[in-house]
Design a protein around this ligand. Structure first.
Ligand code: IPE
Ligand code: IPE
Ligand code: MG
Length: 237
């Protein structure tokens, strides 16, 4: 597997079940991020993308949004030494423009500090929306055409993909969503077109390394065909 994408869902309901605040749930979610990232790194999967804050999550109560921003700030500062130790490069898809300055600065510090790491890329999807990703690419392509740098007939899937936030990365092989919800919630709409989907009935803060092993096991057992016949295909790498 080259790329695992995860919709980390269920922090709020985990907290509610325990009688904790939603922010406590997100705090425990950050602990799970550490655990799962380490396992994915150990498994040698080169790309991990975590849906951390969506373009729609701004609709949440101000206090929860502020709490998530603080948590992200703390995560970046505290996690940088571990990321360096494990050779993990931090990258952001989406944007930091709408984030508080202190949060954006903490994320940028961590990106800069880990820029040389080649063991794995950890993409945090922040202020990320799949439609927004596609629209930005459309605008960038359109402006190239307008300026005469690109011919319309040269716009193909590869070229378009190179304008998306995941440029240069393979599409996710597996999309995992926790909490039992079975929807994409505007995540990586273009990139997930042929990904295997796995929805598991577990709150994100309850995720363990062995859940990742199980998910990878399920993936290996899937038959991907990409439109071909079963006989044309080799087992999943
Ligand atoms: C996922 O957990 C974290 C973010 C979306 C930031 P939720 O906060 O969505 O948890 P539930 O879905 O309310 O349980
Ligand atoms: C998706 O989860 C976004 C993230 C995990 C960051 P949500 O909890 O926001 O999704 P919906 O609202 O249930 O679709
Ligand atoms: Mg949710």
């Amino acid at each position: 597997m080259q790329h695992l994408a995860i919709i980390m869902d269920g922090n709020g309901r985990w907290a509610e079940e325990q009688g904790f605040s939603r922010i406590d749930g997100h705090r425990r979610g950050a602990v799970a991020v550490r655990l799962i990232t380490t396992r994915v790194r150990e498994l040698g999967i080169p790309y991990l993308t975590l849906f951390s804050f969506s373009t729609e999550n701004w609709r949440r109560p101000d206090g929860e949004v502020a709490g998530l921003m603080d948590l992200l700030c703390t995560y970046c500062d505290e996690e940088t030494p571990t990321l360096l130790e494990q050779g993990i490069r931090l990258n952001v898809i989406g944007g930091l423009r709408r984030f508080p300055q202190s949060t954006a600065a903490a994320v940028e510090r961590a990106i800069k500090a880990t820029a040389h790491c080649a063991g794995m890329t950890l993409n945090l999807a922040l202020d990320y929306g799949g439609r927004d990703d596609i629209l930005r690419a459309v605008r960038a392509v359109a402006s190239r055409v307008k300026e005469g740098q690109l011919e319309i007939q040269d716009i193909d899937e590869a070229l378009f993909g190179s304008f998306l936030s995941t440029a240069g990365m393979p599409d996710p092989d597996l999309l995992l969503r926790t909490s039992g919800e079975q929807r994409l919630s505007n995540f990586l709409l273009w990139q997930l077109s042929y990904s295997e989907l796995l929805f598991i009935d577990r709150w994100w803060p309850d995720m363990t390394a062995s859940d990742i092993d199980d998910a990878v096991g399920v993936y290996i057992g899937r038959k991907r065909r990409f439109g071909c016949t079963a006989q044309q295909m080799t087992p999943n790498p």
